[in-house]
Design a protein around this ligand. Structure first.
Ligand code: AMP
Ligand code: ZN
Length: 471
């Protein structure tokens, strides 16, 4: 079976076929964090989901380019910067750093590109300019530039590709300036917001006067710059489908940068929200958790990742602290089995158990059914335990099972208990050391080993290659 995914654009499950004529390259964009505060576990459910998608595409043999933007200028940020009386960069850098650290705690692979909105203002201006030239954007009396839904539809384009919209109530020319609005306030939306006193020194020059971009244009500009005007996959939480993603499509296809007949994005995937104890997470209900709150309660990134990735991405997920305790127990069961297999396998190596891999692949090919995939894994754990109990497992079988698990874990990304994922600078040093060894430059390889030691990391050479351990 081929990989099937639910495409929000067609509202149906479709076979995933990348745009690349060789069906090898996949270009994916995920809306990143708005860095005005620490990320909460709801946000991280979405980011773990996108990380799973990337990892599974890689497991399926695709060569993935993964872009995640950092929204470092929008309404909420400006408000906070104003209240804090600081500069934009100073304000956001703390949260941007924390976000990257949190991603690593959750063992998410670092996206290949992490563009910041503030570093792509010229690209945004270019798209707005193209929309102005096509008559789809207009400057209003308040000095801001808006996207005209009427003119866009008049060009033969459709507004309302991701969600069904009721245009009956919509009054032509009615505008919405705020970045976030609901379907009820369907109206022309802001592409460029004219400078107002509350913006402080957050503004840029533009052909339409000083101001700042609307949130939606940011993602159109960054995604198309790094992935081209048409790419394979765009992801985000379900709340982003409207208006954010709908507006992204309208701006990007309205600017007509795509080849004739090509869409801005072929597949859209949206992750359902996370609820806490059955309710919407909110500070006033006291059920609001950042990742850091959970770490403070003694849970680890590995447990949190497991829990966040254990249910289907399209199902609302109910987060509870008991759920995290359950995750701890489930992982302990898995770790115990892996430990016993490792002991039995010793240095034996064997080709991966294909039956196990096939069952896992069949589960995830079915619209990323992680619950079914975990079902496969825990059935396997039971079977291994049964064979252990009757002494019917050989070192070769244990090695085959472990080899399959290693591939499966390249998707789940849990690693082994106590194993800490090394930061990119440490991984880069390990690569340098391997290169030096390959070139038989042992002086250099020893020097890199010492440097790693000074940074608190030890290299263990195993039959399967080098492993990093925290000192
Ligand atoms: P933000 O930083 O607010 O722009 O959100 C970052 C990502 O988190 C977006 O993809 C949102 O859709 C997603 N998100 C926000 N709240 C939740 C939630 N409660 N559950 C799952 N995802 C969420
Ligand atoms: Zn976005």
């Amino acid at each position: 079976m081929a990989l099937q995914i639910f495409n929000t654009l067609s509202r149906s499950v479709e076979e995933f076929i990348p745009l690349d004529p060789n069906h090898k390259e996949v270009r994916m964009y995920c809306c990143g964090p708005t860095v005005y505060d620490f990320g909460h576990i709801g946000n991280f459910r979405t980011f773990v989901f996108t990380d799973l998608v990337r990892r599974y595409l890689q497991f399926r043999g695709y060569n993935v380019t993964h872009v995640m933007n950092v929204t470092d200028v929008e309404d909420k940020i400006i408000k906070r910067v104003h209240e804090a009386g600081t500069t934009l960069r100073q304000y956001v850098s703390k949260y941007e750093d924390a976000f990257l650290e949190d991603l690593q705690t959750l063992r998410c692979l670092r996206p290949h590109h992490l563009p910041r909105a503030t570093e792509h203002i010229p690209e945004m201006i270019q798209i707005i300019d193209a929309l102005m030239k096509r008559g789809i954007a207009y400057k209003a009396a308040d000095g801001s530039v808006y996207f005209s839904i009427e003119k866009y539809q008049g060009c033969g384009c459709r507004y309302g590709q991701l969600v069904n919209l009721n245009f009956d109530e919509m009054r032509v020319g009615e505008r919405v300036a705020s970045d976030e609005y609901t379907k009820d306030s369907l109206a022309d939306f802001a592409l460029w917001k004219a400078r107002v006193p509350e913006d402080g020194d957050v503004f840029w020059p533009s052909p339409w006067g000083e101001g700042r971009p609307g949130w939606h244009i940011e993602c159109s500009a960054m995604s198309m710059k790094l992935l081209g005007p048409s790419f394979d996959l765009h992801l985000g939480g379900e709340d982003l489908a409207f208006p954010h993603h709908e507006d992204e499509i309208a701006q990007s296809e309205g600017a007509a940068l795509q080849q004739p007949g090509q869409k801005f994005v072929k597949y859209w995937m949206h992750g359902a929200h996370l609820l806490v104890e059955g309710k919407k997470m909110s500070k006033s209900l006291g059920n609001f958790f950042t990742l850091r709150d959970l770490l403070g309660k003694g849970y680890g990134g590995r447990e949190i990742r497991y829990l966040l990735s254990s249910s289907h991405y399209r199902a609302t997920f109910n987060f509870t602290l008991e759920g995290l305790d359950g995750a701890r127990i489930a992982l302990a069961r898995l770790d115990e089995c892996l430990g016993k297999l490792q002991e039995l396998a010793g240095t034996t190596s064997a080709p991966a158990d294909q039956k196990f891999l096939d069952a896992f692949t069949a589960a995830l090919d079915d619209d990323l059914n992680v619950a079914a995939a975990w079902g496969v894994v825990f059935e396997w754990v039971s079977e291994m335990n049964r064979l252990f109990a009757v002494n019917q497992l050989s070192p070769t079988q244990a090695a085959a099972a472990l080899a399959a698990w290693q591939q499966i874990d390249s998707v789940f990304g849990l690693g082994r208990k106590g194993e800490v994922e090394a930061p990119p600078e440490i991984l880069a040093l390990l690569e340098q050391r391997q290169a030096a060894r390959k070139a038989k430059d042992f002086k250099r390889s020893d020097a890199v080993r010492d440097e790693l030691k000074a940074k608190g990391w030890l290299i263990e050479d195993t039959p399967k290659g080098p492993r990093l351990k925290r000192l």
